[in-house]
Design a protein around this ligand. Structure first.
Ligand SMILES: [Fe+2]
Length: 142
């Protein structure tokens, strides 16, 4: 793939302190960048590519969310239900937008922007909340 500037760059401040989660978040950022590239290219190939990357993104998001939910359940994180609800709403929204896009009713750039903002805000608030609970919880045992 041609080297263009990334739409969003991973920053150390995004780290939640749990390496497996950070790696998955990096992958989400990579997928967002791929979607962005497919948007700015703007030709028919890009449109086909966009659909393909959206499909992969939805798959990866589901995989990542269930991994996080497992981590939270294992740690008996008290706000797991609320966190799961955020995940479910996001997946619903992404699937709705994917349909709209396929029907030609959605603007890819707006969608990618939403995706970026949601991921970064979710990491900064909800994911850091559960990870700090888990890290504090671990202190006594390690
Ligand atoms: Fe999360």
């Amino acid at each position: 793939m041609e080297e263009t500037e990334n739409y969003v760059e991973w920053q150390d401040s995004y780290s939640v302190g749990i390496p497996v989660v950070d790696e998955q978040h990096k992958e989400l950022i990579k997928l967002t960048n791929n979607l962005y590239k497919a948007c700015v290219d703007g030709d028919d190939t890009a449109r086909t590519y966009f659909k393909e990357v959206i499909r992969k993104t939805v798959e990866y998001v589901k995989f990542h969310f269930s991994a996080e939910e497992q981590i939270m359940s294992n740690a008996k994180y008290p706000q797991v239900a609320e966190h799961k609800r955020q995940h479910e709403n996001f997946v619903k929204k992404v699937i709705e937008d994917t349909k709209k896009f396929e029907e030609g009713k959605a603007v890819p750039y707006v969608f990618v922007n939403y995706l970026k903002n949601w991921i970064l805000n979710h990491i900064a608030v909800a994911d850091k909340a559960y990870s700090s609970y888990i890290l504090q919880h671990r202190k006594g045992t390690s």
